[in-house]
Design a protein around this ligand. Structure first.
Ligand code: FMN
Length: 328
């Protein structure tokens, strides 16, 4: 199936994981068209600009990663006025695109009618999104949205998609699972196709695209060519490039687990300046947990060797040993 317009591949927002350093390191591997920040939760009143700059330091650099990939700022909330007011602050702080999170499954967020819980009320979804779209119109800034299929079920999926479309979004990412389905595979890409039929903005498929073969299957099922990659952007930062190479009919470069570990060591060096050692150690383990989802037994061996380590030097030695001796 041939795509009509250029295919876009984006790095998904991932709270607690996808910070500016990680965005930088991933996007500089090539093939990525934009990324989205971790969400900034908006309840009442206006947050000061420094809060926006903390979550998205790239706002000071024209909202671009160092290699020049656009970064969209994500807000999460339910109150139309608060969302609109904070979207304006975000734009004045440097944001070029505001994204709205209607997928977060966290209980604390959902209890206050944020994230996926908005999917129970298409009217509220419309009101919140429309308020932001109206406020940003004056600033000539687009608003985009990221939704799950629903809260408990898919009864309102298409109503929600229509509501977002009517409210004035310029692009829609669909994480093809309900909140109740959490992160449990499979993602239901067939729903991405149904949503794409009822909206007239570009749609991105999201969920369980781990490999080029997954991407091809997702396109075949959904008919949608744009993709947003979350965990796979961390378990294979070259996947966007592989997709683009495949689409261009070029030879697709190969990626293996050792290359991935080398990337993690690079990340550790870059991120070291921002976090204390205890946090860095915790985050390396977070990466290793994620690697297991993609790289299976190889990653499990490394994870098992590292899981009780508390000191960064030991962790680095372990990873380096694996890189040196794994095949010998
Ligand atoms: C640790 C973690 C944090 C996440 N944080 C966010 C977030 O801040 N905003 C958001 O819209 N989605 C968030 N998500 C959802 C992802 O963006 C994505 O929709 C989901 O992981 C499915 O895509 P994947 O299978 O490619 O990972 C998060 C997911 C994970 C695993």
């Amino acid at each position: 199936m041939k795509a009509k317009s250029p295919v876009l591949v984006a790095v998904a927002p991932m709270e607690g994981v996808m910070d500016a350093t990680t965005r930088h390191l991933i996007t500089r591997q090539g093939g990525w068209d934009f990324c989205v920040t971790e969400f900034l939760r908006v309840t009442q009143g206006r947050q000061p600009a420094r809060v926006f700059h903390r979550i998205c330091p790239e706002l000071r650099q024209n909202a671009l990663t160092p290699i020049g990939v656009p970064v969209h700022l994500q807000l999460l909330g339910s109150d139309p006025q608060a969302l609109a007011a904070n979207a304006e602050v975000g734009v004045k702080a440097g944001a070029k695109v505001i994204d709205l999170n209607y997928g977060c499954p966290a209980k604390i967020v959902n209890r206050h009618l944020g994230g996926a819980s908005m999917l129970r009320y298409p009217d509220r979804l419309y009101d919140a999104t429309h308020a932001v779209a109206q406020a940003l119109k004056a600033l000539d800034t687009p608003v985009t949205a990221k939704m799950r299929l629903g809260y408990d079920d898919t009864e309102l999926t298409l109503d929600n998609a229509r509501a977002l479309n009517a409210a004035g979004i310029s692009q829609l990412v669909v994480h093809a699972r309900t909140r109740a389905q959490g992160y449990k595979p499979p993602a239901h890409w067939e729903w991405v196709a149904r949503i794409a039929e009822v909206v007239d903005v570009p749609v991105f498929a999201n969920g369980d695209i781990w490999t080029l073969a997954d991407y091809q299957r997702c396109v075949a099922v959904s008919g949608v060519h744009h993709a947003m990659l979350g965990r796979s952007s961390m378990t294979n930062p070259w996947l966007a490039k592989q997709i683009k190479q495949h689409l261009a009919g070029e030879e697709v470069e190969q990626v293996d687990f050792k290359r991935m570990l080398g990337f993690l060591l690079e990340w550790l060096k870059l991120d070291a300046q921002f976090y204390e050692e205890i946090v860095r150690v915790m985050r390396v383990k977070q990466w290793l947990v994620m690697f297991r989802l993609r790289w299976g037994e190889e990653a499990k061996t490394v994870f098992d060797a590292c899981k009780r380590l508390t000191n960064e030097r030991d962790l680095i030695n372990n990873l380096e040993d694996y890189l040196l001796f794994a095949d010998s």
